[in-house]
Design a protein around this ligand. Structure first.
Ligand code: C5J
Length: 225
């Protein structure tokens, strides 16, 4: 067991039972013309997180952790997209409408692709999820249990939406959770700060929070307990 310096207390890391989950590092949220932009966000705010997620992925691969990539996406016929979600936006900017990167937030479209810098490698899990949380309508819980995964390290975008929702879902299912604070980002710095504060408050009510450096140090220091 390794020990990662974290808030509110150390995270006991068991590499053989731990997976890195990289949430929604897809063009839809990070490049102009996708779903993030359709929602009215300044997508350039997410660019700085890309090299940090790439560095985290490199570390996880070096340490042979299970790596999971998610994509928020809907089926081409939108049968998995609740009308409420689609109708939030005006026609022309809705999920399924044509945009500069193909149909917005639709599975298999160019905009739905994960950025090259953080793209999945062969053997890594890829999970298409119609919701904000990664357990809704994905079958992921059973797959994790079958693989003996009990701990999850989170990164990706956006901190307060899909990262936090997935982490809360995971916490309710009994997974020990850690979010890497410099490998997650939001369009809104204040929402990111509030989310990280909420996660670690009340004794770590949803999990723990650590820096990428702290995770790296834990692997360098090796067995500590
Ligand atoms: C959003 C996400 N923000 N991946 N999705 O709608 O956080």
């Amino acid at each position: 067991m390794l020990s990662v310096t974290a808030k509110p207390d150390a995270f006991p890391l068991d590499p053989g039972h731990c997976a890195l989950v990289v949430i929604d590092m897809q063009r839809d949220f990070i490049e102009p013309g996708g779903f993030g932009a359709a929602l009215g966000n300044d997508v350039s705010r997410l660019a700085p997180v890309v090299p940090r997620v790439a560095a985290l992925l490199a570390l996880a691969r070096e340490q042979r952790l299970t790596v999971i990539h998610t994509r928020e996406s809907h089926l081409p016929d939108l049968s998995d997209c609740p009308p409420l979600k689609r109708n939030k936006l005006p026609a022309g900017r809705r999920i399924g409408d044509d945009g500069p990167m193909g149909r917005i937030l639709v599975r298999g479209e160019p905009g739905n692709r994960i950025l090259d810098a953080v793209a999945p490698e062969p053997g890594e899990w890829q999970v298409d999820k119609p919701g904000k949380g990664m357990f809704h309508a994905t079958g992921l819980d059973q797959r994790l249990r079958d693989a003996g995964i009990t701990q999850l390290i989170f990164a990706g975008v956006t901190t307060e939406v899909c990262v936090q929702t997935s982490m809360r879902e995971a916490c309710d299912r009994g997974y020990d959770c850690l979010v890497i604070e410099d490998a997650t980002e939001s369009y809104f710095p204040e929402f990111k700060a509030a989310t990280l504060a909420m996660i670690v408050a009340q004794g770590g009510i949803v999990g723990r929070c650590a820096s990428l450096d702290a995770l790296r140090r834990a692997f360098q220091q090796g067995v500590s307990a």
